[in-house]
Design a protein around this ligand. Structure first.
Ligand code: ANZ
Length: 960
């Protein structure tokens, strides 16, 4: 989230790091909800010995002692070998010129911020999913674009530079190297030749170029906007660096101070950003979040004249914005925001001091704090009145921070009877409340609450003005009031958006320089020539704030000093840099043509690869990143750089991975266990119970030794402080990359949140071991691995074909639907069945290996190789299901004796009468009717029924 990007009533977003770990807090997963009774009288004082002293919550978890796992197959040899092969062979390189007659598939991960902490198990969740799709589509004959890069500008590297003097470039490159090698160790099929970093001048040249296009079109401009200013540190802070009004570093007070800043006019695209959402194949929840963020609101602006102390109309009109013009007769006061430009000319001398004090306090609050519904409303009387245009009443003007200067007109008509905030305020400050809307059920609460719904209008007529809206519905009344206002010049209809223009400057070093200069005598920025791009960051060795509010770039004196490209006069460069969001707004385009030095992307390539077919990333980027990228894309569309209106056809948010489940038991002061659902008021201690001492009982978890004692089961977001972070490197060295990939996909549907469970990896690792042994056979008695395989070259049976094609059908269907977990289950079922076969025909086993390849590519490549192939399977045709094989070949044939059904037999569909009779006479249940009896005739309808008619003399003895 940008440092001062504020939105009415919406939660600020974390800055874009594309790090799936930096998710907003996730609700606690509680597995035994009934045990988690907030009304319970239980008091927990502490948890035992090694645990922390935060009751009910953090229970430190020691990293699980990994049992020395028996490696199920030699992944430690296979995996590096195939990673080397892919790299040397350039297997996943997407050629610069592709055969454009083939279909394309562009599958993209939200690229990560290369943090110093390295990869977390949350990253490979989305990355494995996209990798499976990429591998599948290659095998299905598509040209696949599957790139990776780095969103590498940003605060952490700069902060580290301030603390240690290490240049952010050095830290960034080091982190990128670590991320790259970690990703490579997981076997992702990225085209590494297309790797980009937002911090490279060849890349940010085009970010700067886009800025110049925005500037040319009036979509970039400068404005005075409030920023978080910390006087003690002498710097502007990002929102995430301000905690409860104090700087994160040092705890100094932070105030909101207006500063001239670059803004991007995203509001000019509000309608298109809203309308075009409808056609996107995105989760409805993201679309709704975007709609709310854009926040289209239809209403009216109305003019209220300020009154002088003797009640005369002054020359000052206060324009208010309302979505409820039908309630205008109920307006009993006006509110203007503390930062409203008219305020100082309205305030009476008597009230000036208290108003100024109030403005000062309000300047320390964020918009979010100000608009929180639960917060007590505060305000101060301005000492001035205004005239309500519909009834001529003089109503007081108050200053209150629940009205924001940045929304609507920064002023409202307050209707306490019908708006909850106004009601609370009017009650607190003893302002009259007038009811003007009667609910349809004719029940006005009149007791402690506003009625904010619609209804029929009452108490709303002024015959002198010819305005009577009584008894009209709210909607009709609103239309009539607006018509009247437009006719009389008292107002007009107005559409507003909550979406604000995008604050596009940061007082930071580690970002893209803004390619603008200021002549010494002019205040307006002049763009530099496009031919001068990239405007590279100057070298600095001191990244600390200047203390004057000027960004660190101001220290690069000779860089700052330049010439105005138009007049040639002395000029200085802009010293703010772009926000981190900038580079991530268009990187998906650069991947299509990463080395192009003449254009951002070549037209033909863009036309072929656009749009991104599948875009996977964390839900924390559901609003801002996707909105900003859509905005830039639309601008690029308008200027003919891109050919599609929208950048991302389908967006998927992967869920988050929570730490391992913890089981917690309660103990009383004597050390006796107390059931978690008991209703005691005694003080209890908490104790973590190891998983092996817990069993499930119904919906709850209980102690294995004492099932009377129920436990609480919880899972937390992984975090360093909880000690429950799992490092993918450890998993790879213990179980191999294929096991990690498979496990992350097996944990549950991609979009869901899920808990990490190390024993789950052991499960998938065993499955891979079984798959290995099925094809390669067991190790020799001396422990050495056998070369080759144990498959045979004979024809498969119909049962084998059926098992295989059932597996193909399921795996294909589930990959396409991103239900990777059930695809894996289908492969596990196949292996179970295949183990029962005496022989394993090549056609069956080879197809299975191809099915496994997108999930566990290292093992699949090795098996493929051992099956006698000499080339990677990456472009082998993915097996196709043949529906004919899916049909069951056997049926249950009913057998009748003398017309009465006595049992059924399992027969081949094509079974003959003779064979059916033979099977029936051997069947345990039927043989007693048929043994030693003479048969009169057999009636056989193939595939339907066998009816045996016995000789009459047999009946008495045989049919009992
Ligand atoms: C009178 C009124 C009567 C209102 C009523 C509501 C209910 P949305 O839908 O979010 O656009 N408002 C306008 N500008 C504001 C600002 N800068 N800060 C805080 N509140 C502001 O909301 C529009 C409504 O929010 C407007 O309609 C106004 O209150 C308030 F029975 O006007 B209303």
């Amino acid at each position: 989230m940008s440092s001062t990007h504020t939105q009415l009533g919406l939660q600020p977003q974390p800055r874009l790091t594309f790090n799936s770990l930096l998710l907003p807090s996730h609700p606690l997963l509680t597995f035994s909800p009934r045990l988690h009774n907030p009304t319970s009288k239980r008091r927990c004082v502490s948890i035992t010995a090694s645990a922390s002293n935060e009751p009910n919550d953090v229970v430190e978890q020691k990293p699980k002692q990994q049992s020395a796992v028996k490696r199920a197959y030699p992944f430690h040899e296979i995996e590096p070998k195939w990673q080397r092969y892919w790299e040397e062979d350039g297997t996943f390189r997407t050629p610069d010129e592709v055969d454009m007659s083939k279909p394309k598939f562009y599958v993209l991960d939200m690229f990560p911020y290369p943090s110093g902490a390295g990869l977390h198990v949350g990253h490979p969740l989305g990355y494995t999913a996209t990798d499976i799709l990429a591998r599948l589509k290659r095998m299905q004959g598509y040209n696949v674009l599957h790139p990776m890069g780095w969103d590498a500008f940003g605060l952490p590297a700069e902060q580290y530079a301030i603390e240690t003097g290490t240049h952010p470039k050095i830290t960034t490159l080091k982190n990128i190297d670590r991320f790259r090698s970690q990703l490579k160790s997981l076997g992702f099929s990225y085209d590494w030749d297309r790797e980009i970093s937002t911090t490279e001048p060849e890349y940010y040249k085009w970010t700067q170029w886009i800025f110049l296009q925005l500037l040319k079109r009036g979509l970039a401009y400068q404005a005075e906007v409030p920023v978080n200013w910390c006087p003690a540190l002498g710097t502007v802070l990002a929102n995430e660096e301000v905690i409860d009004g104090l700087s994160e570093r040092g705890g100094h007070p932070v105030i909101r101070k207006p500063m001239k800043q670059w803004m991007l006019k995203i509001t000019a695209y509000a309608d298109r950003l809203l309308e075009d959402l409808d056609d996107l194949d995105w989760p409805e929840s993201i679309k709704e979040m975007q709609r709310n963020w854009i926040g289209k609101s239809e209403g009216a602006e109305m003019e209220f004249s300020a009154l002088s102390s003797d009640g005369q109309e002054r020359d000052i009109k206060i324009t208010i914005y309302t979505t409820r013009p039908d309630t205008i007769f109920g307006a009993t006061y006006l509110v203007i925001a503390p930062e409203h430009p008219l305020l100082s000319s309205l305030v009476s001398t008597a009230q000036r001091e208290s108003v100024e004090e109030y403005i000062d306090v309000a300047s320390r609050k964020s918009d979010l704090e100000r608009t929180e519904l639960q917060k007590e409303k505060t305000g101060v009387f301005s000492g001035c009145y205004a005239k309500n245009p519909v009834n001529g009443e003089a109503i007081p003007i108050w200053v209150a921070d629940y009205v924001l200067g940045s929304y609507g007109t920064g002023a409202i008509m307050a209707v306490p009877a019908h708006d909850a905030r106004d009601y609370e305020f009017a009650t607190k400050y003893d302002i009259p409340i007038r009811w003007v809307v009667m609910p349809h059920d004719k029940k006005l609460s009149g007791s402690g609450k506003a009625y904010s719904g619609e209804g029929n209008v009452i108490n709303s007529s002024n015959t002198t003005l010819g305005l009577d809206i009584n008894s009209l519905s709210s909607k009709e009344a609103a239309v009539k009031v607006i018509e009247w206002a437009e006719k009389t010049g008292n107002g007009k209809t107005k559409v507003n958006y909550k979406l604000r223009d995008w604050l596009f400057a940061r007082q930071r070093y580690w970002g893209e320089p803004i390619p603008v200069v200021f002549s010494d005598d002019v205040d307006e920025g002049v763009p530099i020539h496009e031919t001068e791009l990239p405007l590279t960051l100057p070298e600095l060795d001191d990244f600390s704030p200047t203390g004057t509010g000027e960004p660190p770039l101001a220290k690069a004196v000779s860089w700052v000093k330049t010439k105005d490209p138009l007049s040639g006069k002395p000029a200085r460069r802009e010293t703010s840099t772009m926000p981190q969001w900038a580079g991530s707004c268009w990187y998906y385009l650069r991947f299509m043509d990463p080395k192009n030095s003449k254009e951002l992307v070549a037209k033909t390539k863009e036309m072929y690869w656009s749009p991104v077919d599948v875009y996977v990333g964390g839900a924390e980027h559901a609003v801002l990143h996707l909105l900003y990228a859509r905005f830039w894309h639309k601008v690029l569309y308008d200027i003919g750089v891109v050919s599609t209106k929208e950048p991302f056809k389908c967006v998927i948010n992967q869920g988050i991975i929570l730490g391992e489940v913890q089981y917690i038991a309660y103990k009383d002061s004597d050390g006796n266990f107390v059931s978690a659902d008991s209703d005691t008021s005694a003080e209890l201690q908490q104790e973590i119970i190891p998983e092996e001492k817990v069993i499930k009982s119904g919906d709850s978890f209980v102690l294995k030794d004492n099932p009377e004692i129920s436990l609480i089961a919880r899972s937390h977001k992984m975090s360093k402080s909880r000690g429950n972070v799992v490092n993918p490197d450890d998993v790879v060295s213990e179980y191999g990359a294929d096991s990690l990939r498979l496990y992350e996909m097996f944990m549950g549907p991609l979009r869901d949140s899920k808990q990490w469970n190390t024993s789950g990896i052991e499960g998938v690792h065993r499955f891979l071991g079984r798959a290995w042994r099925l094809v390669v056979g067991s190790t020799s008695s001396d422990g050495t691995l056998k070369e080759g395989t144990v498959v045979t070259d004979e024809d498969p049976t119909s049962e084998q074909l059926r098992s295989l094609h059932k597996c193909i059908a399921k795996v294909t269907e589930e990959i396409e639907a991103t239900r990777f977990n059930t695809g894996i289950s289908a492969m596990m079922e196949f292996i179970n069945v295949a183990y029962k076969w005496k022989k394993h025909p090549r056609v069956i086993i080879e197809a299975f290996v191809l099915l496994l390849a997108p999930y566990a590519p290292h093992m699949a490549e090795e098996l493929w190789f051992r099956l006698g192939h000499s080339k990677s399977l990456a472009y082998e045709a993915f097996p196709k299901v043949n529906p004919a094989y899916l049909e069951e070949s056997t049926i249950l044939l009913p057998v009748q004796i003398n017309g009465k059904t006595r049992g059924t037999i399992q027969v081949e569909k094509t079974c003959s009468e003779v064979d059916a009779f033979l099977l029936a006479s051997k069947d345990g249940k039927l043989s007693k009717y048929l043994d030693g009896v003479s048969i009169k005739k057999r009636i056989f309808v193939p595939g339907k029924i066998l009816n045996v008619i016995l000789d009459r003399q047999n009946i008495k003895t045989a049919v009992r």
